[in-house]
Design a protein around this ligand. Structure first.
Ligand code: ADP
Ligand code: ZN
Length: 289
């Protein structure tokens, strides 16, 4: 059995073919240009590497309401050429094999729960902290979609009183997580790209303050057994231990010590990085065959 996987990202498309044991057989990466250029290149890959089913882990927002006529269509993205693009339908029609779609972060959560840092658990939240902030939730063994799909990055949070940014960088909300803690917010605040901010810069403490709020809000609402923090910003190694400290401080003893695991076990880096989304796409395909 050959499982096709597509991780459709804002800057690149990652393509893979896996066997039924989830061992990768082929791999390619293409730039995300306009659909008229990118989709033919994706199809060419899967014509040369035939698959029995395809899983798509897509950037969002994407219509995931199974009852909708435009299921699998990209919605209101800043990448204007992709707005209203029927990604699932185009690939399904062209390839003639069963295809499934979910968000890139839901796929990553599925992969980490099946094979990675939350292996065997039924409740896990995968958050990516990069150009944007997004999250995929695996809850009681199911990926959560609900009304649209949860938008963790736009959770409203409290601004730090010493934050030089008065408003976050999100064009919709003055005080959401993405506006205060995404890579671009770090760059706007300090005038330095997040990747170049030194490990001892006080910006990381502020970043931990915001990510800590996101994690505590997640803990108090959907009660994940593990939270996985991925994405480019988490490459800063000093950040994760600071998030641990902030979470403990914000929980403030409310949860019994015997219920809350040690922070190193509760908030973790992804084990499958950078392939969590791609492996998740292959797992979506596996469910179809
Ligand atoms: P995207 O969200 O576009 O898929 P990434 O997850 O790679 O991409 O996130 C990109 C963001 O991560 C950028 O803002 C970049 O500055 C930041 N970043 C990349 N590497 C590092 C690093 N080593 N330390 C901190 N931030 C980083
Ligand atoms: Zn927002």
């Amino acid at each position: 059995m050959r499982l096709g996987a597509l991780e459709a990202g804002g800057t690149k498309m990652v393509l893979g073919v896996f066997d039924e044991t989830l061992t990768q057989q082929s791999y390619a990466a293409l730039p995300t240009l306009i659909p008229e250029q990118t989709i033919p290149a994706v199809l060419e890959f899967f014509e040369q590497n035939r698959v029995d089913a395809l899983g798509i882990a897509s950037f969002g927002p994407v219509n995931l309401r199974a009852c909708s006529d435009s299921y699998g269509t990209i919605l209101n993205t800043p990448k204007l050429a992709w707005q209203r693009y029927p990604l699932l339908e185009e690939l399904k029609d062209a390839l003639g094999v069963p295809c499934a779609i979910d968000t890139d972060v839901n796929a990553a959560a599925l992969a980490e729960c099946t094979l990675g840092a939350a292996k065997g658990l039924l409740n896990c939240l995968y958050l990516t902290i990069g150009t944007g902030i997004g999250g995929g939730l695996f809850c009681e063994g199911q990926l959560v979609h609900g009304l649209m799909h949860p938008e963790w990055g736009h959770m409203l949070i409290a601004r730090h009183e010493d934050d030089p940014l008065l408003n976050g960088v999100c064009p919709y909300h003055p005080n959401c997580a993405e506006g205060f803690a995404s890579g671009p917010s770090i760059q706007t605040r300090w005038g330095i790209p997040a990747k170049d901010l030194p490990p001892d810069h006080r910006g990381w403490e502020l970043e931990a303050f915001y990510l800590g709020q996101l994690c505590v809000n997640a803990l108090m609402t959907v009660s994940p057994e593990v939270i996985i923090l991925g994405g480019g910003v988490m490459h800063q190694e000093s950040l994760l231990p600071m998030v641990h400290q902030t979470v403990l401080k914000l929980v403030n003893g409310y949860i019994d010590a015997e219920q809350l695991p040690p922070m190193e076990e509760f908030i973790k880096a992804p084990a499958l990085w950078p392939d969590s989304g791609l492996v998740g796409a292959a797992l979506l395909a596996k469910k179809l065959v």
